[in-house]
Design a protein around this ligand. Structure first.
Ligand SMILES: CC(C)(COP(=O)(O)OP(=O)(O)OC[C@H]1O[C@@H](n2cnc3c(N)ncnc32)[C@H](O)[C@@H]1OP(=O)(O)O)[C@@H](O)C(=O)NCCC(=O)NCCS
Length: 342
């Protein structure tokens, strides 16, 4: 397999799906000691979606995937690899890409899960870009999907984390292309990926896992100590998120030969409106160039960016030929950014 230097990857289709059940902040007030005012002031979130109990992450991903494939003008048989980014898989193993592959009826093609949490979509985009540009694959389905609601502590003691997250999925198809006019033709221009595992335990889900002095991956002791719920040091996450998103975004944009002013639309990970407002303030980005969805979906982790992309297209804010810059930060810590012409 030789590498064709004129080969590029572009986002040929985008789709999204959120479950219909809306959970407003007022709904959460009935479950835990919180208030609409606290949540809106601290995070910008007004509502999020929660699945019914018989719905899984790949059920959401399946709907998003079908929409993305249709948007690309392809048949599902044109897809030659599936990448699924999630921290809330249907089962511990095998990965969600295998379950989704079966739902799509695409036996035989490569199926890969990645676990980069809130940075998962950009990590996945980077992997898809590299596979396409190597010439080995032509149309890669990349899905970011989460069912957080089933993994949250929905009791009063879970309020610090549980109000932040929601369920949803977004998908893109990344396809091979030859760029004739780089100012017009869609193509992925840059992706930059980072991590610092020294902060792994600042935002993590300890159990089930083999990292305990315990003969079992899951024990009553872990249950009793709430190790099966996500644990987060919110203030540390906030400070690092702003710093790292600014750094990596500027690096991706400027190392691609653009200025921040050249960017038509910024699609940031949606963890907290205050994080995105702060990034916008530090980098002097006009608010109208940032497309946020956190107010209606909360933090859907690996799904936030494709979900935002899909909503931005539907809202007429993202059109073919526009220059998009994206940045994400999350558990790991991981952070990543990308620039593409849509
Ligand atoms: C989580 C976050 C909103 C908390 O905001 P904060 O200003 O740091 O708030 P604090 O943690 O200092 O809590 C302030 C008070 O509100 C209380 N509180 C926490 N959650 C609450 C809730 N849902 N409702 C009401 N009160 C709450 C705290 O107990 C604390 O009370 P105290 O002062 O009596 O101790 C904020 O730190 C944040 O967004 N961090 C980033 C998190 C994130 O993005 N995670 C995902 C990354 S991908």
């Amino acid at each position: 397999m030789g590498v064709n230097p004129s080969l590029s990857a572009r986002i040929s289709g985008v789709g999204a799906f959120v479950p219909p059940k809306v959970m407003t902040n007022h709904d959460l007030e009935k479950l835990m000691d919180t208030s609409d005012e606290w949540i809106v002031q601290r995070t910008g979130i007004k509502e999020r979606r929660w699945v019914e109990q018989n719905v899984s992450t790949t059920d959401l991903g399946f709907e998003a995937a079908k929409a993305a494939i249709a948007d690309a003008g392809l048949k599902k048989e044109d897809i030659d690899m599936i990448i699924f980014a999630t921290l809330s898989p249907d089962h511990d193993f095998p990965g969600n890409a295998c379950f989704l592959q079966d739902k799509l009826g695409l036996a035989g093609i490569a199926a890969l899960d990645i676990r980069q949490q809130c940075s998962g979509f950009i990590y996945g985009l980077s992997i898809a870009d590299k596979f396409i540009c190597s010439g080995s694959h032509k149309n890669i389905l990349l899905v970011g999907g989460e069912v957080h609601s089933k993994g949250l502590d929905r009791s009063p003691k879970g309020r610090a984390v549980s109000v932040l997250f929601g369920d949803g999925a977004g998908a893109v198809v990344v396809s091979a292309t030859e760029v004739k006019d780089p100012k017009k033709d869609g193509h992925i221009i840059a992706t930059n990926l980072h991590a610092d595992g020294a902060y792994a335990k600042e935002l993590w889900l300890p159990a089930p896992g083999t990292g305990f002095d315990d003969p079992d991956r899951m024990s009553m002791k872990m249950f009793e100590e709430d190790m099966h719920y996500p644990q987060m040091n919110g203030k540390t996450v906030f400070v690092h998120a702003v710093k790292r998103m600014c750094e990596t975004l500027v690096h991706s944009v400027t190392s691609s030969g653009f200025s921040m002013q050249d960017v038509d639309l910024f699609l940031f990970h949606q963890a907290n409106m205050r994080i995105n407002d702060k990034v916008g303030e530090v980098l002097e980005i006009p608010a109208e160039k940032v497309f946020n969805t956190i107010q209606k979906y909360g933090n859907t982790t690996a799904a936030t960016i494709p979900l935002g992309m899909s909503d931005a297209v539907k809202a007429g804010k993202l059109k073919r030929g526009m220059l998009v810059a994206s940045a994400a930060f999350g558990s790991g810590f991981t952070w990543a950014s990308g620039v593409w012409r849509y």
